[in-house]
Design a protein around this ligand. Structure first.
Ligand code: KE4
Length: 427
């Protein structure tokens, strides 16, 4: 399989786009080789600019839960395009989207649309600070919430790990109020809140971590966060940009029965268009401009094309049995690949929640970033390239999720498992 056309485009792109990509993880830098450039996508498949066909398990990092270019989304978008592409004024589609989100997500009584997950989490943090009058917040090592300054913070050293900027350009001032703790470690949260709970506005958490690979919450972790927040007057924010509408219609909060104060959403609710959202309790959301003092805004927030696309996708997900089918397909793929690793004698830790899964090349029981980061990323890179050469697209990083969607047939899944069986013998 040659990638000549991708190579030419990559050289061309690299002259005018930093790293040749508009988002770093697409550059294949952690798996080796050059990125392939997509020509088109439909259902469970994508085709690259060299004409090669792949079964796609990246799913645009989550949104393509129905598969690529589903007809119901295309039909809704075509109808909207004839009526205009952006208004900068309220329209009915925004109201219908807000009502759908409120109807589906247990914690959300009011919601504000934005244009990315980053905007959603950045806004939720500001709102939590404004609503509580407190500055600090807690996040977890290995959780990714987009690239706003206060969230681009690594775990510092010392007992209470006050954040340190994880990238140039983020000032110490921007990072100083971010506390970074180990995921799944309730003790560290309790200790931190005992010491400085009165200064902490919120805890933001991926209720199912999807950005260090897939790391499910340990039993009691989310409920424990809820109880600690209640006892210290701290707001609980579930970042469900990945898990929202992915693991259940009501996301991880429905699956685990824990209700946050605020929820951030993205990916799936945009139906493939740039959309994010944040929502929660009415008394908190009513702190937002124009009726409250906390400012937040966006030119393309609630864009009508994106709204009708997201609505069409959400309506498709409301059909009976959808999440049982997604769980069945997710289990078929994850267990198949995990058994293939076992048969090949490859040390692996396999995790899955519904249709999102991961295989870590480590013998550790992965529960947080410290254990996830023991994974052999060189081996993962060899696995990724072996699967790519056989026509199967996995995430170009060990620390991402593999996504199965409704468009993946059992034949697609079984073929991927067979390919994994071959590749794992040689990594
Ligand atoms: P965006 O700003 O990329 O739309 O969303 C940021 C974000 C927020 N919260 C969670 C839990 C997320 O997973 C993300 C973004 N996810 C990554 C992949 N895991 C996006 C892919 C990329 O960065 O290109």
């Amino acid at each position: 399989m040659t990638h000549e056309a991708s190579h030419r485009l990559f050289l061309q792109a690299s002259r005018v786009i930093p790293g040749g990509v508009n988002s770093p993880v697409r550059a294949f830098r952690s798996v080796g080789g050059e990125p392939i450039f997509y020509e088109r996508a439909k259902g469970s498949r994508v085709w690259d600019v060299d004409g090669a066909e792949y079964v796609d398990f990246v799913a645009s990092w989550g949104p393509m839960i129905l598969g690529h270019a589903p007809e119901e989304v295309l039909d809704a978008v075509r109808a909207q395009l004839a009526k205009g592409t952006s208004y900068g004024a309220p329209c009915e589609a925004e109201v219908l989207m807000a009502e759908a989100v409120v109807d589906c997500v247990p914690s959300i009584e009011m919601v504000r649309m934005v244009s990315s997950g980053t905007e959603a989490t950045m806004s939720a943090i500001r709102l939590a600070r404004g609503a509580t009058g407190r500055d600090k917040f807690i996040k977890f090592d290995g959780n990714y919430h987009g690239h706003s300054d206060a969230l681009l913070v690594a775990a510092g050293s010392g007992l209470v790990t006050l954040g340190i900027p994880s990238t140039p350009g983020v000032t110490r001032g921007a990072a100083q109020d971010t506390i970074v703790l180990p995921y799944n470690d309730l003790e560290s949260v309790a200790r931190t809140l005992e010491q400085q709970g009165r200064e902490v506005a919120a805890i933001i958490v991926e209720p199912i971590a999807g950005n260090m690979g897939v790391v499910p919450p340990r039993p009691g972790f989310l409920q424990g966060l809820r109880e600690l927040c209640d006892s210290h007057g701290v707001l609980l924010i579930f970042d469900e940009v990945i898990s929202g509408f992915r693991v259940a219609l009501g996301g991880a909060q429905e699956l685990y029965g824990v209700t946050p104060d605020l929820t951030t959403l993205g990916k799936i609710i945009g139906g493939g268009f740039p959309v994010g959202a944040f929502g929660g309790k009415r008394e908190i959301m009513e702190q937002l401009a124009p009726i409250g003092p906390v400012y937040q805004a966006g030119t393309l927030s609630g864009n009508p094309v994106a709204m009708v696309a997201g609505l069409a996708l959400i309506e498709a997900l409301r059909r009976p049995g959808v999440y049982d089918e997604l769980d069945r397909k997710g289990a078929r793929l994850a267990s198949g690949i995990c058994h293939a690793a076992e048969a090949a004698g490859v040390a692996a830790c396999c995790t899955r929640v519904g249709s999102m899964s991961c295989m870590f090349f480590t013998s550790e029981d992965v529960r947080d970033w410290a254990t996830a980061s023991t994974a052999d990323t060189t081996r993962y890179g060899a696995f990724f390239r072996g699967m790519l050469d056989r026509g199967f697209l996995l995430a170009p990083s060990q620390f991402e999720a593999t996504f199965v969607g409704l468009a993946h047939s059992d034949e697609d899944i079984d073929a991927a498992v067979e390919a994994a069986r071959e590749v794992l013998k040689g990594v």
